[in-house]
Design a protein around this ligand. Structure first.
Ligand SMILES: C[S@@+](CC[C@H](N)C(=O)[O-])C[C@H]1O[C@@H](n2cnc3c(N)ncnc32)[C@H](O)[C@@H]1O
Length: 221
């Protein structure tokens, strides 16, 4: 049995400022300048994607990329791109490597890369966001993906979106934020399969309930 701590938060329900925060971000595009290294990385990723030509699956916040390798096996018809800003995590990927060559695990910052992808018309068929940092303090709402300025870019990427978390409230807020943007997110049971990621394994071994939210971003309700 693992002993991962259950998320503790001073929030008991959806954040009071969720709606106003999400509406503000939906109304105002995020205009922070791109880092030079993100622009260079984006050009390299674009060349990889165009040279291959298969549909794209995104694994955002992929950590060590165990999920990316698993998703590459699950999506042999596609190329899978795992992105994480932590060099320490990405550098551990060799340990989790799959034999398939239809994927990459790359260090990169989604704050720039999602916007660059949207601007260039990328349309992943599937987008996985597995165990994002929860930022459970209520003062950290804007650090959660649905409370931050990148939320419209995440929506604009489209595809079949899947989030997983050990903090149900994160996904309930995400679902409410999706609804504000006209999308329907639905809770779905986790498949009865081996853990997709190290965090999923760690939380599962600690007996924590795990939650999964899916949304077809190609549809508006
Ligand atoms: C809790 S870990 C989960 C990692 C992995 N999905 C798993 O389940 O094992 C969250 C990850 O999000 C990454 N992350 C957070 N903000 C990011 C950003 N702006 N760009 C890229 N990665 C980011 C962190 O570096 C961290 O590895």
């Amino acid at each position: 049995m693992g002993n991962s701590r259950i998320i503790e938060s001073n929030q008991t329900g959806l954040h009071d400022n969720l709606e106003s925060t999400v509406r503000r971000h939906l109304a105002h595009p995020f205009r922070a300048p791109y880092a030079d290294h993100s622009l260079a990385l984006f050009d390299a990723l674009k060349a990889w994607k165009e040279a291959d030509g298969r549909p794209l699956v995104l694994d955002s916040c992929c950590g060590v990329g165990e999920s990316t390798a698993n998703l590459a096996r699950r999506h042999p018809e596609a190329i899978v791109l795992g992105l994480d800003k932590s060099a320490a995590r990405v550098e551990k990927h060799d340990h989790y490597k799959a034999e398939s060559d239809n994927y990459r695990v790359v260090r990169g910052n989604l704050n720039d890369l999602w916007r660059l992808m949207v601007a260039d018309g990328w349309a992943p068929t599937h987008h996985y966001l597995l165990y994002p940092n929860p930022w459970p303090k209520s003062s950290h709402l804007q650090r959660r993906w649905h409370g931050g300025p990148l939320f419209p870019s995440l929506l604009a990427l489209g595809g079949q979106l899947e989030l997983r978390s050990n903090w149900r409230l994160y996904l309930e807020e995400f679902q409410a934020a999706l609804a504000l943007a006209g999308h329907k997110g639905e809770f779905a049971p986790l498949p009865d399969a081996a853990p997709l990621t190290p965090f999923e394994r760690k939380y599962g071994e600690s007996g924590q309930p795990l939650h999964r939210l899916v949304c077809d971003l190609t549809k508006k309700s």
